[in-house]
Design a protein around this ligand. Structure first.
Ligand SMILES: [Zn+2]
Length: 65
């Protein structure tokens, strides 16, 4: 897989500095604190607040790609 555990260790949410986890789809990173979801483009995590989406606990796989 493209994003290694080591990389995840050093990544942090730019909004709240909490750690992020790889999403089940492997294409995004989710902040454990604020639930922002950061996209991964070309195997590079885009850790920008402007690029993040907020994951709503109520919504499931509704987003369009
Ligand atoms: Zn956060």
């Amino acid at each position: 897989m493209a994003i290694s555990e080591d990389l995840l260790e050093i990544l942090a949410c730019p909004a709240c500095k909490a750690k992020v986890e790889l999403n089940a789809d492997g294409n995004s990173l989710k902040c454990v604190e604020c639930r922002r979801v950061y996209p991964i483009r070309d195997d590079i995590p885009v850790m920008l607040i402007d690029e993040a989406t907020i994951e709503d606990e109520q919504t499931e796989l509704n987003s369009s790609k």
